[in-house]
Design a protein around this ligand. Structure first.
Ligand SMILES: Cc1cc2nc3c(=O)[nH]c(=O)nc-3n(C[C@H](O)[C@H](O)[C@H](O)COP(=O)(O)OP(=O)(O)OC[C@H]3O[C@@H](n4cnc5c(N)ncnc54)[C@H](O)[C@@H]3O)c2cc1C
Length: 464
């Protein structure tokens, strides 16, 4: 009988396995991963001088637990803050790139909004904060605070960029809890941002080394950071450490209860018994293998939708691109009628992502608003991208390098009512002693969120 069995070898399952202390008690724990490789949506291809991330390519350095994990894995020296020259971000409107106006002065002069729409943004501090705890879509929140036009221009593409979702469908308190807290605490976002700037200055003065060093593009309260040579470094390091307990090519197909714990079955019919089980795979997978044992829990897991997303990484000769690429890349609001959600200038952000004299872009298509993108062939995807990007950044020739990553159910969607769906899962899980959940479907989709949840769950699971 194993002490614990962890289902899923993405960052969530691996982190739980690493932190719960089972390594020291070798043989008492196993991690079952369905595929032949670990990492889930995290992966990096290295070919022809390119280093290409399949899914995530960075995290914000604001989560101390991620930095702690990186430190414990000996990765601190291998953290790579985004290049400070990539600070500028762009938004597409009427067929051209406009810098995102991060300051009030830039907001006054931006071509992204009409004067009346700008005036509405500046009214934000006058809009009373919502005090009740009801759910609200990200779009409604933004439209209420800064006006519809600004919500469509700035918030809608940001939501597709981060969540692959639709701002009108996703829940603000579940997707961007910080925004909701800002409104609750300060009454308006402007006062909250001023307070955060002050806090940031104080923390810099107090000597936050990474914040000082990076100076890279600021996200909401952090600097984008990756690992030198590619994002999968963290997975490779975890795999090295966890070698004795990892079982690849072992998809769980059934789970049932025994007198002392759990019985887990894989696709070959081979079984294992464990006192504790951590479900760290996508909820749609858990819904499948739990449907005989607990149909109610299976249904609750199945209630979390996922959005498809395609990452198209392309490599180009530098001289084939007309744009100076002096920034992070751009996002495209849905109102612009294009299929590309955005394009990141990877080689402007991180080093060693493209060979000398070449550049790498990672463009995203699909999302909850365009599931049909999955039906496009590689060739059609490439043509769509080329047709949409060419007028924006001037692409003279076809890319000399390309990789396509299709994530059919890529990112869980925290739609309105997510908190209730999550509570229901938690309540049903709590009926089964020795059962735990961890993963990106509950408290945040980013690497930081997954690591944070894994720390909490590892503490519970690791207790003898
Ligand atoms: C295109 C894309 C871009 C992203 N960009 C960023 C970014 O820049 N920054 C950021 O912070 N986050 C980003 N994310 C989100 C982040 O990558 C994920 O939320 C995170 O990696 C999820 O980790 P996880 O371990 O919870 O799940 P997963 O990575 O989905 O891992 C789950 C694992 O469970 C396995 N599994 C499935 N079924 C079974 C079964 N029956 N039995 C056993 N194992 C099973 C799967 O094979 C998989 O390995 C991005 C995601 C995508 C798709």
């Amino acid at each position: 009988m194993l002490e614990a069995l962890i289902i899923g070898g993405g960052i969530s399952g691996l982190t739980v396995a690493y932190l719960s202390g089972f390594l020291e008690r070798q043989g008492s724990c196993e991690l079952w991963e369905a595929s032949h490789r670990l990492g889930g949506t995290i992966g990096t291809d290295r070919a022809e001088g390119y280093s290409v991330d399949w899914g995530p390519n960075g995290f914000l350095d604001r989560e101390p637990l991620t930095l702690r994990l990186a430190g414990e894995l000996g990765l601190k020296e291998l953290l790579e803050p985004a290049n400070s020259k990539s600070e500028e971000r762009f938004i597409v409107k009427h067929g051209r790139l406009h810098p995102v106006p991060f300051s009030p002065a830039k907001m006054l002069t931006t071509g992204l909004l009409r004067p009346i729409e700008k005036a509405r943004v500046f009214c934000e501090p006058l809009i009373p904060g919502r005090r009740d705890d009801g759910d609200e879509s990200v779009f409604d929140f933004a439209a209420r605070r800064i006006g519809r036009a600004a919500a469509e221009t700035f918030v809608d593409p940001m939501v597709s960029g981060i969540h692959g979702g639709l701002a009108r469908e996703l829940s603000l308190p579940s997707c961007f809890p910080i925004m909701r807290e800002m409104e609750l605490r300060y009454g308006c976002l402007v006062r909250a941002l001023i307070a955060r700037q002050r806090e940031k200055r104080r923390s810099r003065n107090a000597g936050n080394a990474i914040a000082k060093k990076s100076g890279g593009p600021a996200g909401p309260g952090g600097h984008l950071t990756s690992f030198k040579s590619g994002f999968d470094l963290i997975i490779r390091r975890l795999e090295d450490r966890l070698q004795p307990i990892i079982k690849k090519n072992r998809p769980v197909v059934r789970m049932s209860r025994t007198e002392q714990g759990w019985e887990i079955t894989d696709q070959t019919g081979s079984k294992a018994r464990a006192k504790k089980v951590v479900i760290a795979c996508p909820t749609y997978a858990a819904a499948e293998f739990l449907k005989d044992f607990d149909p109610e829990l299976s249904e609750a897991f199945g209630s979390i939708p996922y959005a498809p997303i395609i990452v198209l990484a392309t490599g180009h000769r530098r001289e084939d691109i007309g744009h100076p690429l002096d920034g992070f890349g751009f996002l495209i609001p849905r109102t612009q009628g294009m299929r590309t959600l955005g394009s990141i200038w990877t080689s402007s952000i991180f080093t060693e992502r493209a060979p000398e004299g070449f550049v790498q872009f990672r463009s995203m298509l699909g999302g909850a608003g365009d599931p049909a993108v999955l039906e496009l062939s590689d060739e059609q995807l490439c043509t769509t991208l080329r047709n949409e990007l060419d007028p924006l950044i001037g692409i003279k020739n076809d890319p000399s390098f390309m990789r396509i990553y299709r994530w059919e159910r890529g990112i869980p969607q925290y739609k309105i009512g997510h908190r209730e769906r999550r509570s229901r899962i938690e309540q049903l899980v709590s009926r089964h002693p020795g059962l735990y959940i961890s993963g990106n479907a509950y408290y945040g989709v980013g690497l930081n969120d997954c690591v944070k949840m894994a720390y909490r769950i590892a503490e519970q699971v690791g207790k003898p």
